[in-house]
Design a protein around this ligand. Structure first.
Ligand code: KG4
Ligand code: ZN
Length: 334
């Protein structure tokens, strides 16, 4: 049988990314043009700048992906593109590029949910073993997703305010660390002790939802109070205390869901999956259990298009097709 070749296109936020994946599992090309440098001085992603960069980059990224994979557009079985959620102006660049390519070459088009993509990054590392649970933690999302089979997503918990990565970025800003702040807080946290008492939002009994805005405000208060008293805070201690609180809630709720749903695997996904403290705690806490913890390499945890192609591969097999009315949908539900 012929190999299946899927192209993935991802432009939902600040990475222009195109990848080509063979048979849903093997990466032939994975090109990511990051815009972080352009957004750094604003302390976050500026939507208009993001859109303009996508327009400037997408043709170059496409040519590089095709060259890397040594594939002709005509050989592709489908083009999978992130249709949402994300920044609408950014999404539109990828969606329109995908539509143009699909139309001009007579290739099927598939719309992919960005979070489904993050979860399917795991299929590029290992076989997915159902039922499973995915902890999706990124700059825009904090979700516990239960999957009983391919293409079936049940969100059992989500953030009610800030996403985990967003909280990291805001706390980093309070400590005058550069954007994106997650990696800096992570590094500092490993250099200090968690000496400061910070809240943990467990929410109602049995809830798998998350909330990080109270924790974020508590950190900001600690910094302001110290400033008013003319005292120094130790950034390493604050970072360690903040990180301990975030990880405690994420891992405890994941453990509880693992038991309740009787899953075989826990898949980590999203940019915050790069967090060393989170990786360590998940690995040690589940070391003695039968549950397999899967943590993709860093390059597949942050936004990329190989994950979109991997999710697209399953949707392609399930017969899902989009037509040329496909649009960017910033609030798309999984
Ligand atoms: O998945 P991603 O690349 O983009 C979104 O879809 O949001 O995630 C980016 C987020 C940022 O908030 C960044 O600070 C966070 O992931 N991040 C981290 C770490 N590395 C990246 N957060 C905590 N610890 C890290 N090591
Ligand atoms: Zn993402």
């Amino acid at each position: 049988t012929k190999d299946q070749l899927i192209m993935g296109i991802e432009t939902s936020c600040d990475e222009t990314a195109i990848a080509i994946v063979k048979n849903g599992r093997e990466i032939l090309a994975n090109v990511v043009a990051s815009q972080i440098e352009s957004h750094k001085r604003f302390g976050g992603v500026v939507p208009e700048i993001a859109s303009r960069h996508h327009v400037e980059q997408i043709t170059l990224v496409l040519e590089e992906a095709l060259a890397q994979a040594n594939v002709d557009v005509k050989d592709l079985d489908a083009i999978a593109v992130t249709e949402g959620p994300g920044l609408v102006g950014a999404l539109l660049i990828g969606v329109n590029a995908a539509k143009a390519l699909a139309f001009a070459n007579g290739i099927p088009l598939i719309g992919v949910h960005h979070i489904a993509g993050h979860i399917y990054a795991n299929r590029l590392v290992t076989e997915m073993n159902f039922p499973l649970l995915s902890l999706v933690v990124s700059g825009g999302h904090t979700e516990l997703v239960y999957m009983k089979e391919h293409g079936h997503f049940e969100v059992i918990g989500e953030t009610r305010d800030d996403a985990a990565g967003e909280a990291y970025d805001k706390v980093a800003r309070t400590l005058h660390l550069p954007y994106p702040g997650g990696p800096h807080i992570d590094r500092l946290a490993h250099e200090g002790k968690a000496t400061i008492d910070l809240p943990r939002a467990w929410l109602e009994d049995g809830s798998y939802d998350f909330s990080f805005s109270g924790l974020k405000s508590a950190v900001i208060n600690v910094v302001h109070n110290a400033q008013q008293r003319g005292e120094e805070i130790v950034p390493e201690e604050l970072a360690a205390s903040f990180q301990e609180s975030v990880i405690d809630v994420l891992v405890t709720k994941t453990q509880r869901a693992v038991k309740e749903y009787g899953v075989k695997q826990v898949l980590l996904a999203g940019g915050v999956a790069a967090n060393k403290g989170l990786r360590e705690k998940l690995s040690t806490d589940f070391a003695d259990s039968d549950v397999e913890i899967v943590i993709p390499p860093l390059s597949l945890c942050t936004d990329n298009a190989a994950m979109i192609a991997a999710a697209g591969s399953i949707l392609y097999e399930k017969g899902q097709r989009a037509d040329l009315t496909l649009n960017g949908n910033p609030g798309l539900e999984i």
